[in-house]
Structure formats: structure tokens, C-alpha cells
Design a protein around this ligand. Structure first.
Ligand code: SF4
Length: 472
């Protein structure tokens, strides 16, 4: 997918003026937050499970190489193969080669964010494979030629009317002209088309929510069962997973699952939870192939830098709807695969800070994301690291850098700071009208949608001294 994080500000303006998007976001955001809240409240031991999950992920990361090697040996023991890819290009090539080996024409894909991260669909199409997304949301955005706008609800930005138009445009040539007035009618039409794709697929590609080292198992959760059909019917099953997905045991995995479902969709458990532990017998008596492609893409570097905690992420997406910025602009504005607070941390790490320098600033630092995160990832702190780097690398605007330097220098000289802030407050008071200050020099567009309340005319220190004097 083409990265447009560089155009973040333009994307935001477009998103804020897109009425359909705004309606879809308004409808979706409250629902997700509320469902999660109820699910968490209904599980008194949620905090205990959360702490256990965090400890599991920390332990897995501390021993990542060992668990990955153990996982590999178990997959091989089970009759499967493990392939290692350090970059997206290597991962794409590996998958393309595996599809060629399987003499594939048609590929059924389950939902996989890592597939989006490595831009797999484009590579498969360029090699002449027909790759069909089988998760309903992914299928919709594939028809629309768009990237996902949320990691668990990829088509959340689409209205029903837009989906009906898409289906009519793409399904009419296939002979589908029936009514699409209701959600079940829409779902049934997609189901009929996808059933055929499952039956004819030569290769199935799925992601993995977790990989279990002790058994060499990969696991996925879905609500549609499409992942199971993608993995079970074709003669070859390829699992794509980033290296941070490995956990030691089945118990660890089941504990994390309790956090994932509640945090992602407010469900106690997802409709389908499927474990894959190697090749499967096929109806014609042959065995299917089982491949796991393990992708690094900068994660082993993150293990040893200040972004390590981000590797605990279980991709539940809860930080997105708890973020006031994401809730207003949706996912596409972020311009790459991962939106919202977690995306604003990951995108600069994976695509370069220069390409995405606005993302770490797309946060009010309210901390709601970190509070809601089931892995307690300190997202605002990680965003702050990016901001520090922007400052060091001179990626932030010169006016901002000079402003910060000036402020830092004044903060070290209290007498001068008090004198100047006193003058500043008096000036603001003079510039105010009806209790508000409309525009101040140097603040530029920041004031387009904000007004300062008029100051009282005294600084905090002046008021404090006066109060102290009165009390004495
Ligand atoms: S950062 Fe936390 S809340 Fe956001 S997707 Fe990852 S685990 Fe979920």
C-alpha cells in the first residue's frame, strides 16, 4: 500500500470534511468503547489476567530467541516448515515462491495485519495470482481498492450504502442482482461469492494472533470462520506472523485470549478460535503443506531500544477508539497500515520518522490509550520519544524548535521568566475581547479552531504572593 503519512495534515482536513466518514465514526466509536467497558466490568479478575498477560509477554520477549527456536523445532517435528524473513521484501518473495511451488492460481487470504504491513497483495497480484480477502471487512476494502482503517474492523469507515454500491459494481457482472436492503442480504451475497473462492483456492494464507512454542502451534481468532476455511481447504497453508507473537505455553495463550477478545470487540470470546499444528489430511487422502513465515521487520531492533514495550502489543485495537484523535479522523488519515496511538508509534519505526513525523504529534497526551491498553503499553511515553528524536533530527518546524529552546532557557532563569510571563499575560489581557483572546503572534494555524480564555491579568506567582500577603 502506498504510504501517505507524509500528507497527514491534508489527510486530516479531508477526513474532517468527509460527512460519510464522520457519521460512520460517530456510530462506531461509542459502541466499541461501551462494549469493552461492560466486558471488562463483567470479569472481576480482569486486572489479574492483565498482569499475568503482561508478565507473559515480558518473559517471552526476554527469551525471544529461545522460544522462537523451540517453536521452529516443534513445527518441524509436526511436519511443517518455518521460514525466516528479516524484511518485507524477503517475506513477500518467500510467500510468492511458496505459492509458485504449490502451483497456485487462486489464494484465499484470512485477515492478517502483517500481510498488509509487507504489502503482500500487490506482490501476489504482480505475479499473476488471484488473491482474495475472505474476511468480510477486508473483502469490502479490497473491492474498494482501499487500505484498512482499523486493525480489527477494516471497513468501519464505510456506510451501508457505500457497501451496497460496491457490491453492485463488482457483483453484477457475476450475475448478482438481488436485493441488498438488509445486512443479512449483504452478508449472504458475500458469503456465496467467497464460498466458491474457498473451494477453488490452491493456497490459504492466514495471520497468527499467537504462536505457542511448546507445541509449535499457531492460533487465530475470527468471528466469521473465514480463517478456518482459508486454512483447511487449500493444499497449502501459509501462516504469516511477526516474531513477537510467540508465547511459551497453551495456558499463556488462553490467558491472553481472554484479554484480546474483551479488549478488541467486547466479546467474552470470539466465535472461532482455531489452532494449527501442522499439515492436515485432505479429502483426496494427501496431506496439506504447512508453512510459517516469521517476519522481523525491525522488531529485533526494537527489543533493544526504548520502544521495546511496544512489542507487547496484541493488536486488539482498543487504543484507537479510546483516542480522541483517531475517533475524529478515522484510520486512513494516518496514511499507513497501523492507525491510532499504536500506529503513531509503529509507523515511524517501520517506515522512517521523516516520512511520518506528524504522527507522534497527533496526540493530546491525554493518556486514555495507555489506560485502556490491556498490555499497559505506555503509548504517550513512546510518542514522546519520537518527538524528542524529531527535535534532535531537526524534523520539527524551526519555529517550534526555537520556541522550545527559548522556553528552556527562560525556565532556567526564574526572575527573567517571571518578568516576561508577567508582560505576556498583560498583553494577552489587552488583546482579549469578551473574555476570549482570538489570535496571538507565533501560534499560527494552531488558533484556527481554538481561542484562549482571557487571563486575569496576573501570573500564578503574582496571585500566590498576593494571597500569601493577605493571609499574613
Ligand atoms: S497498543 Fe495496546 S491497546 Fe493498542 S492495539 Fe496494542 S495492545 Fe491493543
Amino acid at each position: 500500500m502506498q504510504q501517505t503519512s507524509k500528507n497527514f495534515k491534508t489527510n486530516v482536513i479531508k477526513a474532517l470534511h468527509d460527512e460519510t466518514l464522520q457519521q460512520a465514526m460517530n456510530k462506531a466509536k461509542g459502541g466499541f468503547v461501551e462494549k469493552r467497558r461492560i466486558a471488562v466490568e463483567n470479569l472481576p479478575e480482569f486486572e489479574q489476567i492483565k498482569q499475568h498477560g503482561i508478565a507473559t509477554k515480558n518473559h517471552s520477549l526476554d527469551n525471544l530467541a529461545d522460544y522462537l527456536e523451540h517453536f521452529e523445532s516443534k513445527v518441524i517435528e509436526n511436519g511443517g516448515q518455518v521460514h525466516w524473513a528479516s524484511s518485507p521484501a524477503e517475506a513477500r518473495q518467500l510467500v510468492v515462491d511458496l505459492c509458485k511451488q504449490a502451483d497456485a492460481k487462486s489464494i484465499a487470504k484470512g485477515k492478517s495485519m502483517i500481510g498488509e504491513e509487507i504489502n503482500l497483495n500487490e506482490a501476489l497480484e504482480a505475479e499473476g495470482f488471484e488473491a482474495i480477502e475472505t474476511d468480510l471487512g477486508e473483502y469490502i476494502i479490497q473491492l474498494a481498492g482501499e487500505p484498512p482503517s482499523h486493525i480489527i474492523a477494516p471497513a468501519v469507515h464505510k456506510s451501508k450504502a457505500q457497501i451496497v454500491d460496491l457490491f453492485r459494481e463488482h457483483h453484477k457482472p457475476l450475475g448478482y442482482t438481488g436485493s441488498l436492503d438488509t445486512i443479512p442480504e449483504i452478508v449472504n451475497e458475500a458469503r456465496e461469492i467467497l464460498r466458491d473462492k474457498f473451494l477453488n483456492a490452491d493456497v490459504g494464507i492466514t495471520g497468527a494472533n499467537f504462536m505457542i512454542a511448546e507445541t509449535g502451534t499457531t492460533m487465530i481468532v475470527t468471528n466469521e470462520g473465514n480463517g478456518d476455511l482459508s486454512a483447511t481447504l487449500p493444499k497449502s497453508h501459509i501462516v504469516l506472523a511477526s516474531i513477537d507473537k510467540v508465547v511459551p505455553t497453551l495456558e499463556d495463550c488462553s490467558n491472553l485470549l481472554r484479554l484480546l477478545a474483551r479488549s478488541a470487540t467486547g466479546q467474552e470470546t470470539t466465535t472461532y478460535t482455531t489452532f494449527f499444528s501442522g499439515p492436515k489430511p485432505r479429502p483426496d487422502g494427501t496431506q496439506s503443506e504447512f508453512h510459517v513465515v516469521l517476519i522481523d521487520n525491525g522488531r529485533s531492533e526494537m527489543l533493544f531500544n526504548e520502544y521495546r514495550e511496544m512489542l507487547r502489543c496484541i493488536k486488539c485495537g482498543t487504543c484507537m477508539y479510546h483516542c480522541p484523535v483517531y475517533s475524529n479522523i478515522g484510520g486512513h488519515a494516518y496514511g499507513w497500515v497501523y492507525p491510532g496511538p499504536m500506529g503513531s508509534v509503529l509507523t515511524p519505526l517501520m517506515t522512517g520518522l521523516k516520512q511520518s513525523k506528524d504522527l507522534p504529534n497527533a496526540s493530546s497526551f491525554c493518556g486514555r490509550c495507555a489506560e485502556a491498553c490491556p498490555m499497559s503499553i505506555p503509548l504517550p511515553d513512546l510518542l514522546r520519544h519520537h518527538r524528542e528524536k524529531e527535535f534532535e533530527q531537526r524534523l520539527s518546524p524551526a519555529s517550534q524548535r526555537w520556541g522550545l529552546k527559548l522556553w528552556a532557557s527562560l525556565a532556567k532563569r526564574p526572575a527573567l521568566y517571571r518578568l516576561l510571563s508577567g508582560i505576556g499575560i498583560k498583553t494577552m489581557k489587552l488583546l482579549s475581547k469578551n473574555g476570549r483572546v482570538k489570535r496571538l503572534p507565533l501560534l499560527g494555524n494552531w488558533q484556527n479552531s481554538r481561542e484562549f480564555p482571557a487571563p486575569t491579568g496576573e501570573t500564578f506567582m503574582q496571585q500566590w504572593k498576593k494571597n500569601k500577603g493577605n493571609k499574613a
